[in-house]
Ligand binder design. Structure first.
Ligand SMILES: [Zn+2]
Length: 696
């Protein structure tokens, strides 16, 4: 490993002597050797065996939010981080967590049949039976309509065919979009109940052998999951914008506009087939046909179904792990690495591969601290609770520490479902694109014996003419994704304006949110040998150590300006027919271009800082720059979301959300206001960048 790293570094230097700075952006020449030494040593101490053991311990028992098992796993994580020398604590909140008392789905016609709800396994007594969190209790009986993926266009298609959904129960398959959006669309179409099931063509036997023979979803595997469509705010539904402390002021459930209105229940395809098979009416088009061995029909009916749900809506305690390794020189600059700890059942893939990765990274960092490495900045390792219910633990913590985080947080790195196979992927705030690429250049992809960066490039580029050794961070043609919704970075990026990133190794699987997402699945299919856990822990350790100790924070600003220019172009193109002549985007485009020119110069100086004049001011400017993008008031109608460049909607990320949502609804007055907001953001950013240029 060590020899390999040295050879990579040599190649990089020969190719980009200009900007590469021996492979570590942001370090003064005199500090590189020591950092390099500890980074390499940290990598070497990370072991597959230890990662495996850690994941085993995390996934021994069900540990959904608010459960006794959840509390025990929190305690385990707290102990481990304490052993690693962190100041390791639990932060408790009291949040609304419904659990199912009873769930039943009965076919009444044409032939009466009670469907099985839970996986047919030796069900652990502490495991929750399948349910959709925040579905109301209810007892509804109606004819059934099949609605494909329950997207807006699917309901439109039903309407065009004259199939009325009003008063019916909709059955729809999982996939494509966030499940809460499906329930919302069904409600808008007039349905009185929803059944969501996993179709075998999506992640079952049509996609590969099913568990336990293969990694895909078996006949009885059910996808659980929350259905609250957090359009206005994520986190605890009862405490919008404020931390859910024990005696926090709470709104009543009825006031939450994002709360689902109709009962919804998840089924396996083994159960759902009994409903689908007896539906009549016209047969569905090819695109709607799933993988069950009969022709699908729209309905409505004659199949008639009764759904009965009894949910226990209670305020229950949750526990975040927050562990701090105090920085020696700049303790008030926080490098935060976090991920959720709660799983729906055993959660080996979602989320605890990420938990194991973070614990192994923490262990590696602690070993370097013992060997004399000192973090200049503070490293915070967090494990959130109740993410599955709606990003609750991270959101409540972010809301509680809002002012402090706005001052001190440098970066948030998210680790959720980090490991499910061998294929690397990542997403980030644009200012972290280059940082991500540079850490991946220094860790080996265990399956391919090339740096993760090269393997990542190869996934996206099938061009065999380029030699993998020639792939370097500065020039690698890799598309870094933007962060959408559905995980714990949302509060940091969207609400607080903290640069965020996440990465992982993915692969095929059909056990998502089911009883079968367990240690055995991971050991046999997700990551045999735990080599990708170890590789991800190396990346995490490197990312933490590098951000903590860089002399100049290794952000790169030009990709941000590029992203803004790209989004502006996209919006112009999309609305070119309706865009009013009085509203011009030329000024913001010109400002973004101006920023880009300055940013390129500053990025080069960050790569190889020579004699920066005031490191404290430089780093403060760099870490506060992102905050400029998150402005008050927040987005119209969803004020909790402050960021004006990229924001989450469902699982998606939306670029320039203020202008975008105004243009979508044809509200040109609001579009003009949002354009002015963007212009004034760019003015401040340009001023900050100009100051950086002078100091660097
Ligand atoms: Zn997750």
């Amino acid at each position: 490993m060590k020899n390999f790293l040295i050879s990579i570094v040599t190649i990089s230097v020969s190719l980009t002597a200009i900007a590469q700075n021996n492979g570590i952006r942001g370090f003064l020449p005199s500090n590189i050797a020591d950092q390099r030494k500890h980074e390499a040593a940290a990598q070497q101490t990370i072991s597959e065996k230890e990662a495996e053991q850690t994941l085993f311990m995390l996934t021994k028992e069900p540990h959904h939010a608010g459960s006794a098992g959840g509390r025990r796993v929190a305690e385990y994580v707290r102990q481990r981080l304490k052993e690693f020398g962190f100041d390791s604590r639990l932060a408790e909140y009291h949040v609304l967590l419904p659990t199912p008392r009873s769930v039943s789905v009965t076919i009444l016609e044409p032939v009466e049949k009670e469907l099985s709800i839970a996986e047919q396994t030796e069900f652990h007594p502490e495991a929750l039976i399948p349910f959709n969190a925040y579905s109301p209790s209810g007892d509804v009986t109606a004819e059934v309509v099949y609605a494909n993926y329950a997207l807006a266009e699917d309901f439109q298609s039903l309407e065009e065919r004259g199939i009325d959904v009003t008063g019916k129960i909709v059955i729809a398959r999982y996939g494509g979009v966030y499940r809460g959006l499906k329930v919302l669309e069904a409600t808008k179409a007039g349905a009185i109940g929803v059944i969501l099931y996993s179709d075998p063509s999506d992640d079952g036997y049509m996609a590969g052998d099913v568990y336990p023979k293969g990694p895909m979803r078996p006949w009885d595997g059910v996808q659980r999951g929350t259905i609250r469509f957090a359009e206005r705010y994520p986190g605890d539904p009862l405490t919008p914008g404020t931390p859910a402390t024990k005696d926090a002021k709470r709104i009543s459930l009825e006031v939450d506009p994002d709360m689902p209105e109709i009962p919804c229940v998840p089924l396996s395809y083994g159960a759902a087939q009994h409903i689908l098979q007896t539906l009549e009416g016209p047969s569905v088009p090819r695109a709607w046909q799933g993988g069950l061995p009969f022709t699908y029909h729209f309905g409505a009916g004659p199949t008639k179904v009764r759904i009965r749900l009894d949910m226990d809506f209670q305020i229950r305690p949750i526990w975040n792990n927050v562990a701090v390794l105090r920085g020696t020189e700049e303790p008030d600059q926080w490098i935060i690495l976090g991920g959720h700890r709660d799983g729906w059942i055993f959660g080996a893939q979602d989320p605890n591969g990420g938990t194991a990765v973070l614990l192994e990274a923490a262990r590696a960092i602690s070993r370097q601290v013992k060997a004399g490495w000192k973090p200049r900045r503070t490293i915070v390792i967090a494990q959130w609770d109740a993410e599955e219910y709606g990003l609750i633990g991270s959101t409540e913590w972010g809301e509680q520490l809002r002012d402090e985080l706005k001052k001190k947080a440098v970066v948030y790195m998210n680790f959720d479902a980090t490991i499910s196979g061998p294929t690397f992927g990542a997403s980030a705030t644009p200012s972290l694109d280059l940082f991500l690429k540079s850490i991946t250049a220094d860790v080996l992809d265990p399956g391919k014996d090339v740096p993760v960066l090269s393997a990542w490039w190869q996934n996206q580029n099938k061009d065999e003419a380029t030699r993998l050794e020639d792939i370097i961070p500065e020039t690698a043609a890799i598309n870094v994704g933007r962060m959408g919704g559905g995980s714990d970075h949302v509060v940091f990026q969207n609400h607080l304006g903290i640069p965020s990133m996440g990465f992982g190794f993915g692969g095929p699987g059909g056990i998502y949110h089911s009883y079968y997402d367990n240690f055995d699945w991971m050991k046999r299919f997700g990551d045999p040998g735990f080599r990708y856990h170890a590789a991800a822990a190396r990346l995490a350790a490197l990312a933490g150590m590098r951000m903590a100790n860089a002399d100049v924070l290794p952000f790169s600003l030009a990709p941000y300006a590029d992203e803004i220019l790209k989004q502006l172009e996209g919006i112009e193109k999309r609305h070119k027919d309706s865009w009013p002549a009085t509203l011009s985007l030329d000024t913001v485009k010109q400002k973004a271009s101006q920023w880009k020119t300055m940013a390129m110069k500053v990025d080069e100086k960050i790569a190889q800082p020579e004699r920066p004049r005031n490191l404290k001011e430089i780093n403060s400017l760099l870490s506060l720059l992102e905050r400029e993008f998150a402005v008050e008031p927040g987005l119209e109608g969803r004020e909790w979301f402050k960021h004006r460049i990229v924001v989450a909607t469902g699982y998606e990320s939306v670029g320039l959300p203020g202008i975008h949502q105004a243009a979508e609804s044809g509200n040109w007055e609001s579009a003009a206001r949002e354009t002015r907001i963007l212009a004034s953001i760019l003015d401040s950013i340009i001023a900050m960048t100009s100051r950086l240029d002078a100091l660097l």
